[in-house]
Design a protein around this ligand. Structure first.
Ligand code: NAD
Length: 500
């Protein structure tokens, strides 16, 4: 019998609560390694009730005390980093060193959350009128929820709950059912670090669990990261139910390669960004727009050479550059896109289909694929493929390249490779994308900035974590206070209060 990844409710591990079960695969071997419980409505309601009960005491715990838990959590995460990265690799497939990069980013969000006393200080104005002072404070919302995707089981939940919790909220996390173990284990470490029972609850599950969170009146806010159709559904449903929502969706990130770019460094950067994590990153780089045929020919030749030496294999071997795709269904989908690209008339310069890794014959491995002469009408250009498939589009000018990006439905990340400051400045000023790099292929903001795309890559007004995160997880209250002198007797005033 396979072990079951269950829930964490009110400080207790709840193996399955009689819920439905789903298989969890090891993508390198193709075998079912575990099962995950899929929470019923009743199970999720228990988690919400636990969070609701924990809220009054947690809300009144000083921010400094809340942060002491985060300081201890940081140490525990570092101590258990090997275990966490192995869990990520065994369920997602990404190479161990890549998992470590993800975990480091998760920990940076804990470090930012440690600043809560400073972040929650509020704003004060003395003497806004005679003997009247006014201030704004940032109060927690109550029970809040996070719903996360498969591709960053450590980092994306940590974009959400550490900050939400230090702001005084209590939390229900619904991680991806495809990669559940690391998210659950890291929540258990928070309990070990001293988080009171019920402040952080984890429910595994699918649509039934998500819909319960979206419809329960006790849940005040929902933070979501995943694909665009689901992000839109989450946003529409939860806002209709009066909740605050941020829903981050999919992407199709383009890099512009200018003819003056440092070609060798640009190619190294493109390789890592296009094929790292098997292209299963929302900030991955699946499109390079080459300006001029000279840049186009050079980048294709150099990428072809690099791809011939890129090491594909199981993620537990740290010598590998790229692991397998997450599961069989996703493997078939990505492979289908490569077939489609050939059908559509793009030139498949490097074909990664039919890759077999010795000793891992049943793994979901697809080696790097490279298409040249891709056009804006093709499906492989329009859709988010979320695999190791890089498309080269050729254009004549920077403006033509920027028009392509600005016309695309997604606006998550983008980058320009150039040595020309004027080109770079025009690009950063005018591109309709939320996260922009100059000679930086993966411009993922650090934890003390905020992360969010434009257009159909983000539904909602506030980005994730950093300063926007503090605003998202709190509600402003403005208090105006007067202590009049008992010596002065004032009569009623019927005009609108002002400083006149
Ligand atoms: P997904 O949308 O399939 O799933 C995300 C979450 O939604 C999971 O927890 C899942 O259980 C839940 N879910 C799935 N179907 C649902 C339904 N019908 N109703 C309610 N809930 C449902 O996404 P995924 O495949 O896990 O992750 C990959 C996607 O996430 C890609 O599109 C990627 O670009 C995106 N992503 C975006 C960002 C970002 O910051 N913008 C970051 C990481 C991943």
């Amino acid at each position: 019998m396979k072990s079951i990844v269950g829930h964490l409710i009110n400080g207790e591990l709840v193996p399955d609560n009689g819920d439905r079960l789903q298989d969890v695969y090891n993508p390198a071997t193709g075998e079912v390694a575990k099962q995950v419980a899929l929470a019923s409505k009743a199970t999720v309601e228990k988690a919400i009730a636990a969070a609701d009960a924990a809220f009054p005491a947690w809300r009144n715990t000083s921010p400094a005390k809340r942060c002491q838990v985060m300081f201890r959590l940081k140490v525990l995460l570092e101590e258990h980093s090997e275990t966490i990265c192995n869990m990520i690799t065994d369920e997602h497939g990404k190479v161990h060193h890549d998992a470590m990069g993800e975990l480091t980013r998760a920990i940076e969000n804990v470090e930012f959350a440690c600043g809560a006393p400073q972040l929650l200080k509020g704003e004060h104005s003395k003497n806004v009128g005679t003997a009247i002072d006014s201030w704004s404070e940032f109060q927690p919302l109550g029970v809040v929820a996070g719903i996360t995707p498969f591709n960053f089981p450590a980092m994306v939940p940590f974009w959400m709950w550490p900050l939400a919790i230090v702001c005084g909220n209590t939390f229900v996390l619904k991680p991806s059912e495809r990669t559940p173990s690391a998210s659950l284990f890291m929540a258990q470490l928070a309990l070990e670090a001293g988080l009171p029972a019920g402040v952080l609850n984890v429910v595994m599950g699918d649509k039934e669990a998500v819909d319960t969170l979206l419809n329960d009146k006790r849940v005040q806010a929902v933070s979501f990261v995943g694909s665009t159709p689901i992000a839109e559904y989450i946003y529409t449903t939860a806002t209709a139910n009066g909740k605050r929502v941020q829903a981050l969706g999919g992407a199709k990130n383009h890099a512009i390669l200018m003819p003056d770019a440092d070609m060798d460094n640009a190619v190294s950067a493109i390789m890592g960004a296009a094929y790292g994590s098997c292209g299963e990153r929302c900030m991955a780089l699946p499109v390079v727009v080459a300006v001029g045929d000279e840049a186009g020919d050079a980048v294709v030749e150099k990428l072809k050479a690099e791809l011939s030496t890129m090491k594909v294999g199981p993620g537990r071997d740290n010598n590998n550059d790229m692991g397998p795709l997450v599961n069989k269904a996703h493997f078939e989908k990505v492979k289908g896109y490569v077939d489609k690209g050939v059908e559509e008339g793009a030139i498949l310069v490097v074909d990664g289909r039919d890759t077999v890794i010795k000793g891992y014959e049943n793994g979901f491995f697809l080696a790097g694929c490279l298409f040249d002469h891709v056009t804006a009408e093709m499906k492989i250009y329009k859709d988010e493929i979320f695999g190791p498939v890089l498309c080269i589009v050729r254009v004549k000018s920077q403006q033509e390249a920027m028009d392509l990006i600005n016309d695309h439905e997604y606006g998550n990340g983008t980058c320009i490779f150039t040595r020309d400051g004027e080109s770079a400045r025009y690009f950063t000023d005018n591109i309709k994308v939320g996260m922009v790099g100059v000679n930086i292929p993966l411009p993922v903001p650090v934890s003390y900035q905020s992360f969010g795309g434009w257009k159909r890559s983000l539904f909602g007004d506030l980005s994730m974590y950093g300063p926007d995160g503090v605003r998202f997880w709190t509600r402003r209250k403005t208090i105006t206070q007067r202590w009049p002198s008992s010596q002065i007797r004032e009569g009623a005033k019927f005009s609108f209060p002002s400083n006149n």
